[in-house]
Write a protein that binds this ligand. Structure first.
Ligand code: NAD
Ligand code: ZN
Ligand code: ZN
Length: 361
């Protein structure tokens, strides 16, 4: 039996999203049907709508979600109907060369549901990041469901499904931020603010938040940033160096996804430190750096997909820390909205006054 549900679809490049009735099949082998309870609006959804990821329109947007498993297909044993789950966009395969070497967070062959969700006329949808959760129900691979404590609210839990996990993980997993480190975070939207939180959690001594928006900096300060730099007014490289004895930060996390901010990160980092690129660039962007500086300044230039997280390890752990009052995730939910307000949330994202708008169903 197929399910007819309401969902947010991006039909063409740059066109406003629309609320449509879509058809979601019953789960086949290895799949799970999830009743979505909440889904955050991430900048990556906007990248999809603007054609910045690829041209596989129509997209079914939404990928930062939590909900309850409604039914599972043949052979699914890890989750069962009734489980409260966070959806992840990197279900590890267990068999690729990364998984076999014991590094499943790098899995090179992550998977999604095999069956397609469609528009009412049968047109196949491309679910954003293999999820598509601005919808009353969605179909995913069972491995994309990670069971967590039901005591957490869905709006908060869902955020771990993308931006907040990407930011926390960029700091603690990819950047390997540790006790006493100095960290700078360039771009303090949902992802960057989460990198501030992750650095704080890991015991960083100095956390410098950089943004062009004063509101974002105020929030970053509340979440653990020890210093803030408005890079519309101040040269961020100079400011970060000044705040770190003239040297630069041990770890600089770029959470914007632009060549100019990447360059700032590169030059605001101390010798032999680590630059983490978590912001997602668009296909036309190019980076030019003197190769001699890349060599001479040493250290590591890393990119961070999904915070190099392992959902089965990290989601339940972070939810537990949250429930113990040690990880403030509520601060990321600026507003809760209805399914038909996603377009408005994109506009607010441009104005810069939200960390996360979260659709609650
Ligand atoms: N790597 C991953 O796994 C992953 C996961 C989720 C999102 N992302 C990407 O991370 C980036 C941030 O996502 P988000 O949801 O936090 O977006 P957002 O729109 O909430 O935040 C972006 C922030 O960057 C700031 N900014 C813009 N230009 C700037 C500049 N020149 N200097 C300093 N700050 C600037 C904005 O004011 C805003 O606060 C996006 O590129 C998104 O696609 C990556
Ligand atoms: Zn794998
Ligand atoms: Zn996202």
């Amino acid at each position: 039996m197929a399910h007819q549900v309401r969902a947010v679809v991006a039909r063409g490049k740059g066109a406003p999203v629309s609320l449509e009735t879509i058809v979601v099949p019953d789960p086949g082998p290895g799949e799970a049907l999830v009743k979505v309870e909440a889904c955050g609006v991430c900048h990556t959804d906007l990248h999809y709508r603007e054609g910045g990821i690829n041209d596989d329109f129509p997209f079914l947007l939404g990928h930062e979600a939590a909900g309850v498993v409604e039914s599972v297909g043949e052979g699914v044993t890890d989750v069962a109907p009734g489980d409260f789950v966070i959806l992840n966009w990197r279900a590890v395969c267990g068999q690729c060369r990364a998984c076999l070497r014991g590094r499943p967070w790098y899995c090179f062959d992550t998977h999604n549901a095999r069956q397609k969700m469609t528009l009412a006329d049968g047109t196949e949808l491309s679910p954003a990041l293999g999820i598509g959760a601005f919808a009353e129900k969605t179909l995913v691979a069972a491995g994309q469901c990670t069971k967590v404590d039901r005591a957490a609210s869905a709006a908060v839990a869902g955020l771990l499904g993308c931006g907040v996990m990407a930011g926390i993980g960029a700091a603690i997993n990819t950047g390997n931020v540790g006790r006493g480190d100095s960290v700078a975070v360039i771009g303090c939207g949902g992802v960057g603010a989460a990198a501030v939180v992750g650095s704080h959690l890991a015991g960083a001594a100095k956390i410098i938040a950089v943004d062009i928006d004063g509101h974002k900096l105020e929030t970053a300060a509340k979440l653990g940033a020890t210093h803030t730099v408005n890079s519309r007014e101040t040269d961020p490289v100079e400011a970060i160096r000044e705040l770190t004895g003239g040297f630069g930060a041990d770890v600089v996390i770029e959470a914007v996804g632009r060549p100019e901010t990447y360059k700032q990160a590169f030059y605001a980092r101390d010798l032999a430190g680590t630059v983490v690129l978590v912001g997602v660039p668009t296909p036309e962007m190019k980076l030019e750096l003197p190769l001699l500086d890349v060599f001479g300044r040493g250290g590591a230039l890393k990119s961070s997909w999904y915070g190099d997280c392992l959902p089965s390890r990290d989601f339940p752990m972070l939810i537990d820390l949250h429930l113990q009052g040690r990880l403030d995730l509520d601060a990321f939910v600026t507003e809760t909205i209805a399914l038909d307000e996603v377009e408005k949330a994109f506009e607010r994202m441009h104005h810069g006054d939200v960390l996360r708008s979260v659709v609650v169903l």
